[in-house]
Design a protein around this ligand. Sequence first.
Ligand code: MRU
Length: 355
Amino acid sequence: MESSKSARLTVVKLSEDEKSVIILDQTKLPNHEEYITIHDEKRAWDAIKRLEIRGAPAIGVFAGYAMYVLAQQYTDKRYEDFKAEFLRQAEYLDSSRPTAVNLSWALKRQAGVVEKNADKNPAEIAALLGAEAKKIDAENEEMTRKIAEYGVTLVKDGDGILTHCNAGYLACLGYGTATAPIYYGQEKGMTFHVYSDETRPLLQGARLTSYELQKAGVDVTLICDNMASIVMKQGKINAVFVGCDRIAANGDFANKIGTSGVAILAKHYGVPFYTLGPSSTIDFDTPTGDDIHIELRDPEEVKEMWYKEPMALKEVKSYNPSFDVTDHTLVTGIVTERGIVYPPFKENLKKLFNR
Ligand code: MRU
């Protein structure tokens, strides 16, 4: 059995000459481990849109690197033109997916580098963008470790944990977020029984979570989304750990479609329900979950993707919201790199992050 760390694939990195970003193509997992090399804005936009790179923190890290790679291509411009082109590209990348806040967070952070260094020439600014992208990546990695340390205090050896979608290292790098206590506990000799919802329609739980946990030697059982109730009723689940794409100021949070249903079930069966995410996922400018923009994806994903033949008639309508919002009243706690936040979330999130 491989140790959890050595079993992890590289999800996103710069090429050796730093002129491209290389990503693991997550649409090809679990059957093929293939990488894509990206050095133009359209391909970067497509990579996010098609979920070749996905998961809120990984998208943020990718965006940081992508802006560095792109900016190096027009350092011959004057500062004002360099900045205008940079901001245009950042806005373009930001339009690829609306729900995960980490994308715009990373783009704003890189835009800050351009704006704060107006006295430098574009080649120097591009180098600073490279340094900032590496910093975003390193900080993110460290955040997952801290989330792991806090999260592991919520479970004990032998516990059953249910998760939805993929908030593992493929989505968040490092230890992942929802998986962080699992990997960290494993390093300390603990064992857990993880139930992974398959996560219709794009099957991130089946294709990605069960893949990465299995490869890391974690005891993982794949279930269909509609089986979460029975495993909770049977007493197999001691805690639910899920990730998050945007946490509103009142503690409501958006995560993969189906998460709110899991939270409702957890409340019904008295199972503690936690979301785990770095502070880059908290959006204090979004007051409640009602203010979160929910991505609508191609309805054909529901009817056609992953099936040999379409499993519904062409003319049948389908609806494909990619995320839903879990009401803060269903959440036991929010695990961040600064600690675990308990209700009342609005007050306690502010306190922890000095807002
Ligand atoms: O559409 P995806 O695959 O990018 O969605 C990812 C999720 O919603 C995950 O559940 C996750 O919690 C966000 S990444 C931490």
